[in-house]
Each structure stands twice: as structure tokens, then as C-alpha cells.
Write a protein that binds this ligand. Structure first.
Ligand code: 4AD
Ligand code: MG
Length: 429
């Protein structure tokens, strides 16, 4: 008998098959058992009729508990009314009879569920979120490969900070002093553009963020992209195209998952280029008019981001920020006061999903900046070197994977968008 996945059941209508899976729900009506079974690829109802199975199989059925692993044999049939397939069971074997499952039908609080994360991952919504995450990861690779980007893996243990020194995880590194967990691979992939032109990395990054918001994790996944001979304006166009590509893929490939998540897809369907654009100064003015107490040189808070995009059908680039509140590596405009950078703010209150900028490509300017900010010159000399040997204008950006997953799934807290979230108050499981 052929072993199949639930996902492919429609191809086996009328055929005898074997399906290994887990029982996530069941009910009985005297001589019939209805088992709700999932196998990772999908969900199927298995019908066990006492009259049609052996006594052994029937008594196995009577013992069944939630989350028991089973191997079912039977014939695939089409649901009389719906576009769904069922399994008319001829035999059932229990692979492991599960103990009483701690996650029940009742509403559990988030702390309990996070303590049970190793089990919670099986729940239907959590299953759907990870499937969307998988599509997003694959579509990022697909887009970048199609555009000629080469993947360059950046190091996680680094001697220097990329995004300021306040959120660094620090450790002793043998006899060489301190090492830090990477906050972004950007500085390293900048080196690789001089070899490959267009490059990206995609991996875990770490921020010792003291913030306890629904948008902050201490370990999250970032895709940094970087390209030679790309300036600020073109950098934003690439981000716009990437995001549109990802949304299209998710809408096409994850209909079922988005339905499970009860995600209203209409706002996503309407997203297309060009995205909104406003300078930081314009954003501040607009926010002040809307009642925010934000000031000229302030970062945007979560509430500001929500307010700013409230009536926009497309994400908004907030560009050209005051240089003094942005990173040392960003190129500035002619005035020297404004950084040629952008934060891409999603719609529907999901906040910043991308941070990017053109990079300072002049040796002396960058050296001055590093000295002004009292960064350790010896650890940045290699980065300065890149401006000595064939320097070119270049730009890049970093996508926060969990924020993007959260937005597309309509999941407000990023803790559900990563398999095992790390936050200031959570390291387990
Ligand atoms: O804006 P950020 O800090 O930019 C950088 O790190 C640049 N070096 C990237 C680059 O230019 N290559 O981070 C990029 C994105 C943010 O827009 C946000 O989506 C996400 O990473 N992010 C976080 N996500 C979850 N938890 C946190 N603590 C995050 N901090 C940033
Ligand atoms: Mg940012």
C-alpha cells in the first residue's frame, strides 16, 4: 500500500493508501469514529466504521487520545458536498499513545503557550504562520537570485558593533578581548560587493534590546542586501519590488494558511508600487498635526508609525532622517545634516519592516565620522579600507523577517512569528 501525504490526497481518490499522522481531534457516535488527523502537509478527516474494521483496530480507536501518533490505512473518498477528501479507514495502528495533552481547547494565556512553545508549534494557527514564514524566506531567495544577488554568509561573532553599542551582546573571546554577537551582517557584506557587485546575507542577528514591545526580539532573522553603484533612490525601488514580489508569492501560495489565520487579504492585494515617500521632517510635521508630541530629531515610536500609515493603502518610506540620530555608516546629503536613508513602514499598524541607506563611500569622511563617534578605529580599519581600493557609491537595506511575517499573517506580536522566540524575559524552551 502506498504511503501518501494529506496534501496529495486528491490524487488518490478511490485508492487504498497509508497515511501516518497525529490525531488533533476526534469524536465518536457509537459505531463510528471521526478522527481529525494532520500530517504536517495538511488536515484530513478519517472515518472509522466499527463494522468495517477488525476488533483490534476498533479497540485501538477507543483508546485514542489527543496528539497520539497513528498510521492509518484506508480508501480516499471525496466529501459529498465540499472540495475536501476523507479517509475511509480500514486499519489503524497507534505508533505512540499520547499522554494527556496540556494544550486544550480552552483559552490559554500567552505565557503558558510560550512555555509550551515546543508543543504549541503544532496548533493550526502556529502551523500556518510557519508555513507563511517559509514562503517569505523562499521568495526572498527567489527574488534576489533572479536579480543577480550572490549569498555571502556574514559572521555572527564580531569584534565591532554595526548598529550602535547600546544593544550589544558581549562575551569574552579567549585572549583576544571582547566579542559581540552580530546585530546585522551589513558591514561584512559591504566588503563582498567589491567582489560580486550584488550580495545578500540571511541569518540570525542579536540585539540586547531592553524594549518589551510586540515588535522586539533579542534574536531575530535579518536579510541584508547590498549593491555597488546603487544610490538612495534606486535602493528604495529595490525594496519596493522585493516586498511586492513577496506579497504576491504569499497570496498565491498560502491561501489556505491565510484563511486559517483569518487574515483579511484585501489590503495586501491592493499593494503595488510606488510606495508612499516622505522625508523624516515631513513625517514629523504630519504626526504633530495628528496630535503626536514627536520632535524634530526624534525617532518614530510604534504609535507614530501606526498613525503615519493609517490612511495609506501602501507602505511608506520615511526617508532622509536627521543624520545625528542615524548610524555612522550612512551617507549624508550635501548639507551634511541629513542621512540618505529610509525606514519602510508597513500598513495596518505593523511598523518598520526595513531599514536601509546609501553608505558613506569617502575614506576621509568616514574616518572623521568614526572618530567623532569614538568608535574603536582598529576594529573599523578593514571597513575603512574598502573606501581606499576602488570605492564606489553603494547602498543596501535589512529586512526584519519576523516583522514581515507578522504583517503578512496579521499577527500583532512577533513572538509568534519565530519558532522559538528570545526576548528579555524569555529564553526557554
Ligand atoms: O533598521 P535596522 O536596525 O537596520 C540595520 O541593522 C541595517 N544594518 C540593515 C542594513 O542596512 N543592511 O534593522 C533592520 C530591520 C528593521 O527594519 C526591523 O524590521 C528589524 O530589522 N528589527 C527587528 N526585528 C525584531 N526585533 C528587533 N529587536 C529588531 N530590530 C530591528
Ligand atoms: Mg531601523
Amino acid at each position: 500500500m502506498i504511503k501518501i501525504s494529506v496534501e496529495s490526497a486528491s490524487k488518490y481518490e478511490g485508492k487504498e493508501v497509508k497515511i501516518p499522522g497525529w490525531v488533533y481531534n476526534f469524536r465518536s457516535s457509537g459505531s463510528i469514529y471521526f478522527l481529525q488527523v494532520r500530517d504536517g502537509s495538511g488536515f484530513i478527516q478519517a472515518i472509522v466504521n466499527k463494522a468495517e474494521v477488525s476488533d483490534k483496530a476498533w479497540s485501538a480507536c477507543e483508546k485514542i487520545t489527543l496528539e497520539s501518533s497513528v498510521e492509518l490505512s484506508g480508501k480516499i473518498s471525496k466529501h459529498p458536498k465540499k472540495e475536501e477528501y476523507e479517509l475511509q479507514v480500514s486499519d489503524i495502528k497507534i505508533t505512540q499513545l499520547a499522554e494527556e495533552y496540556p494544550i486544550g481547547k480552552k483559552d490559554h494565556g500567552p505565557d503558558f503557550l510560550l512555555d509550551m512553545r515546543h508543543l504549541w508549534l503544532r496548533s493550526t494557527k502556529q502551523w500556518a504562520i510557519q508555513r507563511v514564514r517559509n514562503t517569505i524566506i523562499n521568495s526572498i531567495y527567489e527574488f534576489l537570485n533572479k536579480e543577480g544577488y550572490i549569498k555571502i554568509d556574514s559572521p555572527i561573532l564580531t569584534p565591532n558593533a554595526c548598529e550602535g553599542t547600546t544593544t550589544l551582546f558581549e562575551m569574552d573571546y579567549f585572549d583576544l578581548g571582547k566579542a559581540y554577537l552580530a546585530q546585522s551582517g551589513q558591514l561584512y557584506i559591504e566588503a563582498a560587493i567589491f567582489s560580486h557587485g550584488k550580495v545578500f546575507d540571511f541569518g540570525p542577528v542579536f540585539r540586547a534590546e531592553k524594549s518589551k514591545t510586540r515588535r522586539h526580539l533579542t534574536e531575530f532573522w535579518m536579510m541584508d542586501a547590498e549593491a555597488a553603484n546603487v544610490e538612495h533612490e534606486e535602493n528604495m525601488k529595490i525594496q519596493e519590488e522585493l516586498i511586492c514580489f513577496i506579497i504576491k508569492k504569499v497570496l498565491a501560495e498560502n491561501q489556505k494558511e491565510l484563511e486559517i489565520l483569518e487574515r483579511d487579504v484585501e489590503p495586501l492585494k491592493k499593494i503595488r508600487p510606488p510606495f508612499g515617500r516622505m522625508t523624516h521632517a515631513e513625517a514629523v510635521k504630519k504626526l504633530q498635526k495628528l496630535g503626536s508630541d514627536i520632535k524634530e530629531d526624534d525617532d518614530l515610536g510604534g504609535d507614530d508609525e501606526t498613525l503615519l500609515t493609517k490612511d495609506s493603502p501602501v507602505p511608506i518610506f520615511v526617508e532622509k532622517w536627521p543624520a545625528k540620530i542615524k548610524a555612522f555608516y550612512m551617507k549624508r546629503d550635501a548639507s551634511g545634516k541629513v542621512a540618505l536613508c529610509d525606514d519602510l513602514i508597513a500598513i495596518e499598524g505593523f511598523g518598520e519592516i526595513i531599514g536601509g541607506s546609501q553608505r558613506e563611500d569617502d575614506y576621509d569622511t568616514l574616518l572623521k565620522r568614526i572618530k567623532e563617534q569614538k568608535l574603536p578605529l582598529k576594529d573599523f580599519q578593514w571597513y575603512l579600507d574598502l573606501r581606499k581600493y576602488g570605492s564606489v557609491p553603494h547602498s543596501g537595506f535589512g529586512v526584519g523577517l519576523e516583522r514581515l511575517v507578522g504583517w503578512l499573517c496579521g499577527t500583532p506580536h512577533v513572538r509568534e512569528t519565530i519558532p522559538f522566540p528570545r526576548m528579555i524575559n524569555r529564553l526557554r524552551p
